[in-house]
Design a protein around this ligand. Structure first.
Ligand code: ADP
Ligand code: MG
Length: 286
């Protein structure tokens, strides 16, 4: 069958920037009843900007300069935001020696003559949010802490707007009988705010890469056919575990390599198209 129907489906997908790895990928997409979706870079634009900075020691510019310098080797969207801001404020980046990314937590780097700088999840840095920053995550911001030689240096709030198409796509998926669950490594309050904005009722926050994969298995054990849509290195284990994996074309190479379907114009609306295309092709096969 309709190998022809499959070929036509794959071709139609390619024209719209939906790249099915093979015929099986096209056939499976339409059978999905749970779609797990990453937040940062998937539901959101993945282009965060710095909204607030709170220096606990020294001034704001120094806080941003040290954080950006430590992030210079990172490909995380949050890193781009900090590097962008450093550039705009004409803050020179300091030399960085031993850079290490802890996926889902943050980064650590040695800045010679300065010390070891960490940027990441406040609880990973060992910092509780002071009252001045308490409202930041409630407004949908991602909050990261910065430390120098394990001393708290400050906090940064980054806002990453929801993609324009996310909310409509969530509604469309519901119409197709597909349950949408958001998985994110971000903080609980940030997750709640973004999920509400997107019209997503179920979500999990504070997820490490392996936690995301465990959620895939949870739904599979309940008999669901599970798709995972993600963009990052942190999504790779979940993409590998899913029945159908979808990667954002602008995402990391690791995510794309693991994916059955790559969405070149990455957004959730194209995941809806992939499912519709699959169902239409399957209808022709029967
Ligand atoms: P998501 O699941 O939403 O795509 P990640 O797993 O990539 O998010 O990141 C989870 C959290 O880890 C982020 O919200 C941030 O607090 C922290 N984090 C990860 N990478 C970095 C980084 N390079 N710089 C600062 N913080 C980071
Ligand atoms: Mg992501």
């Amino acid at each position: 069958a309709t190998p022809t129907a499959v070929m036509v489906g794959v071709g139609n997908g390619a024209r719209r920037g939906i790249l099915f790895r093979n015929a099986a990928a096209l056939e499976q997409a339409g059978k999905v009843d749970v779609l797990l979706v990453d937040k940062t870079g998937t539901l959101t634009e993945g282009r965060p900007t710095l909204r607030h900075a709170l220096a606990l020691d020294g001034d704001e510019n120094r806080l941003i300069q040290l954080a950006a310098s430590a992030e210079a080797g990172s490909e995380h969207p949050l890193a781009h935001a900090l590097l962008q801001r450093a550039k705009e404020s004409a803050l020179p980046l300091l030399a960085c020696e031993r850079f290490r990314a802890d996926v889902g937590n943050g980064v650590e780097a040695a800045l010679p003559g300065v010390g070891t700088v960490k940027v990441g999840v406040p609880s990973w840095i060992g910092l509780a949010l002071p009252p001045e920053a308490a409202a930041w995550p409630l407004e949908g911001n991602t909050v990261v802490a910065v430390s120098l030689d394990d001393r708290p240096l400050g906090l940064l709030a980054l806002a990453d707007p929801l993609r324009g198409s996310s909310k409509g796509a969530v509604a469309a998926l519901r119409g197709l009988g597909v349950k949408v669950v958001m998985l994110t490594g971000d903080h609980e309050s940030t997750a709640r705010s973004i999920a509400a904005e997107a019209g997503i009722e179920e979500w999990r926050a504070g997820m490490k890469p392996q936690d995301k994969a465990d959620v895939v298995k949870y739904w599979q054990q309940r008999g669901s056919k599970v798709a995972m849509l993600g963009d990052g290195v942190n999504d790779a284990p979940a993409l590998a575990a899913a029945d159908v994996s979808l990667a954002m074309g602008a995402g990391s190479d690791v995510a794309i390599a693991a994916a059955d379907i790559t969405l070149m114009h990455g957004d959730l609306a194209h995941a809806v198209d992939a499912i519709r295309l699959s169902r239409a092709s399957l209808a022709k096969i029967r």
